[in-house]
Design a protein around this ligand. Structure first.
Ligand code: GBP
Ligand code: ZN
Length: 258
């Protein structure tokens, strides 16, 4: 399984997943369809599927155009998310395949939008799995709670995504890593893994390189929103439960001016 980053707009990422045996490909959130088509052509990939994480225009806004350009393409999106151009509505637990060796599992992760879907992708051989998390899980952060509650985000981040195998690679929808880690340090100033990763991420961005993928393991160590189960983190933000801490940290992030 090959995964290509395709930077779009200001700070969005689209990704192309290629099955090496057949060259069949899926593309996550193809907001700039012409860019996607040239990447497919350069790599000899046959675009078969679009995986839409959620209905926001900077993710789903290219779907209708890509359907015009490739009429036989299948467009996946959350059953309750009103995704433009969607031809295959998915719910939590739905599975489908790509090419010869790739399997895709839909995970319903509501809160940023109510029908948000993350796609968990596994390949036959020894590759580590990958999860495409849209605007639910960012490296060291999470999406704003536009259509859900702290309880929803707790379930989505800490239960659904937090249960994936630790080596799972995390591919998110925006390059927010440096800001997110700076904020994470305000919550946990003594977490050495956060300061280390911040220095690493600043280097990457200086060279205009992506800070993505992360892994579920790294997120459990550095992402404050994924750490709300820890009593010491709850104490740091003056809360007594994981959901209360989720709400408090999100409020702090909404008001934080880095
Ligand atoms: C920054 O920090 O770089 N520009 C600012 C924040 C996702 S995009 C921009 C922002 O708010 N981004 C959104 C978010 O969830 N950020 C997480 C955080 O701030 O911690 N979007 O483009 C956003 O989802 C959108 C599009 C929103 C359509 C609503 C509609 Br309707
Ligand atoms: Zn969004």
């Amino acid at each position: 399984m090959q995964i290509l980053h395709i930077p779009c707009l200001e700070d969005n990422y689209s990704y192309m997943i290629i099955d090496e045996a057949t060259k069949d490909a899926a593309v996550v959130d193809p907001v700039e369809p012409h860019k996607i088509l040239s990447v497919a052509q350069e790599n000899g990939a046959n675009l078969k599927l679009v995986l839409t994480t959620h209905h926001h225009w900077d993710h789903a806004g290219g779907n209708e155009k890509i359907k015009q350009l490739i009429p036989e393409i299948k467009i996946y999106g959350g059953a309750v998310d009103n995704v433009k151009g969607c031809t295959e509505k998915v719910e939590n637990g739905d599975r489908f395949s790509l090419g010869a060796d790739i399997n895709i599992l839909s995970l319903h992760t509501p809160c940023h939008t109510k029908g948000h879907i993350c796609y968990y992708v596994t390949a036959k051989e020894g590759d580590d799995p990958a999860v495409f998390t849209g605007d639910t899980l960012f490296v060291a952060g999470c999406g704003r709670f536009f259509e859900g509650t702290a309880e929803n985000m707790y379930q989505s981040l800490c239960v659904t995504l937090g249960s994936l195998p630790k080596p799972t690679r995390v591919y998110c929808g925006h390059e927010y890593t440096v800001k997110n880690l700076q904020f994470a340090l305000t919550v946990e100033p003594d977490n050495g893994k956060i300061s280390q990763k911040l220095a690493w991420a600043e280097q990457k961005r200086k060279s205009d390189l992506p800070t993505i993928p992360s892994t579920i393991d790294e997120e459990l160590e550095t992402n404050p929103f994924m750490r709300v189960d820890l009593p010491e983190l709850q104490e740091k933000v003056g809360c007594k439960s994981p959901v209360e801490a989720m709400k408090e940290i999100r409020q702090r992030k909404d008001n934080w001016r880095g």
